[in-house]
Design a protein around this ligand. Structure first.
Ligand SMILES: *[C@@H]1O[C@H](CO)[C@@H](O)[C@H](O)[C@H]1NC(C)=O
Ligand SMILES: *[C@@H]1O[C@H](CO)[C@@H](O)[C@H](O)[C@H]1NC(C)=O
Ligand SMILES: *[C@@H]1O[C@H](CO)[C@@H](O)[C@H](O)[C@H]1NC(C)=O
Ligand SMILES: *[C@@H]1O[C@H](CO)[C@@H](O)[C@H](O)[C@H]1NC(C)=O
Ligand SMILES: *[C@@H]1O[C@H](CO)[C@@H](O)[C@H](O)[C@H]1NC(C)=O
Ligand SMILES: *[C@@H]1O[C@H](CO)[C@@H](O)[C@H](O)[C@H]1NC(C)=O
Ligand SMILES: *[C@@H]1O[C@H](CO)[C@@H](O)[C@H](O)[C@H]1NC(C)=O
Length: 245
């Protein structure tokens, strides 16, 4: 019996240890938060009992401090730019600046699981431009983010409204695709760029990628309206003759 119990004990002990480890892991976890430049962000928190005191910190610096039955005291450079909800413990920062990027943390005896927040402040994405170059049988299209944009370029993802067989990867660079020249020259392709907060789109008519050699397509574009005009003209003349009869 005793021998039968021992493994049970051991398992219980081990899982308690495992839970402790897991808890430890969770309480050290940091959450990445994205805020828009000049926008606002709220750090949320969960407490297991009503707050009596709260301190929010950015790195090692105090942002705002509050004790029961007194006013919250903000510190520079956050004076006039923060709001603390002393009931929920939530901290809101207004008018975000690049210098606000840091680790944020609440300190209070009412909070057990004090997750750290890692704030990234992102500038709005500009519209990309599409550039194309003619190669042997295909057209290489590049989706270019204007050079002045340096705000977390690594977070930018590219996607194309264009899939095989029309488009193939010409390299491992997701900002470019290759299009089969002969079959698809009359079409448009679209590049979407996005990051966790913003999304922009640009498109290009592939015919504009082939200077000079697009007479066929230009002819096509001009010929259609002319044909329609002639047909309408013929129809009107025909109708008038019919009415006269
Ligand atoms: C940020 O908060 C201020 C004050 O509440 C508000 O006027 C402003 O519209 C908010 N800005 C954004 C981007 O939500
Ligand atoms: C905090 O909660 C508010 C409302 O519940 C939500 O709008 C906001 O996105 C949350 N903030 C974060 C950083 O998750
Ligand atoms: C477009 O591509 C051509 C050829 O690769 C290059 O010379 C030109 O500078 C590019 N334009 C832009 C805006 O990058
Ligand atoms: C064009 O095709 C030729 C022969 O197939 C090849 O040698 C050359 O590298 C190709 N050029 C480009 C830019 O793909
Ligand atoms: C982008 O990511 C690469 C590797 O993932 C890293 O080496 C580089 O420093 C990052 N650049 C920026 C601006 O964060
Ligand atoms: C690109 O953006 C457009 C417009 O927002 C959307 O309709 C389309 O589904 C997007 N395509 C991809 C591949 O994300
Ligand atoms: C092209 O590359 C992207 C990522 O770089 C990948 O998601 C996609 O599946 C690739 N497409 C093809 C046809 O290889």
């Amino acid at each position: 019996m005793a021998a039968g119990r021992a493994p049970g004990w051991a398992v219980g002990f081990l899982s308690a240890g495992f839970l402790l480890l897991r808890f430890d892991f969770i309480s050290c976890e940091s959450q990445r938060i994205f805020g828009a430049m000049n926008g606002n962000i709220t750090f949320n928190t969960t407490s297991f009992m009503p707050f009596k005191e709260i301190l929010w910190k950015k790195g090692k610096d105090k942002i705002i401090e509050w004790e029961e039955n007194s006013e919250a005291k903000p510190f520079p450079p956050f004076i006039g730019r923060v709001h603390l909800d002393s009931t929920s413990g939530h901290l809101t920062i207004f008018n975000l600046k690049p210098q606000d990027e840091d680790e944020y943390e609440i300190e209070s005896p009412s909070v057990q699981d004090n997750t750290k927040f890692v704030l990234n402040v992102i500038e709005p994405l500009p519209s990309p431009t599409l550039n194309c170059t003619e190669t042997n049988e295909s057209i290489r299209v590049q989706c270019i983010i204007p050079g002045f944009y340096r705000s977390h370029v690594n977070l930018t993802e590219y996607s194309w409204d264009c899939s095989p067989p029309q488009c193939i990867n010409c390299s491992s660079d997701p900002s470019e695709v290759c299009v089969n020249k002969e079959e698809y020259l009359s079409e448009k392709i679209q590049c979407n760029i996005s990051n966790p907060l913003f999304k922009r789109t640009a498109s290009i008519a592939l015919a504009t990628c082939v200077p000079g050699d697009n007479s066929r397509y230009r002819y096509g574009l001009v010929a259609i309206p002319i044909t329609i005009i002639i047909l309408v003209f013929l129809f009107i003349i025909g109708r008038q003759k019919y009415i006269k009869k």
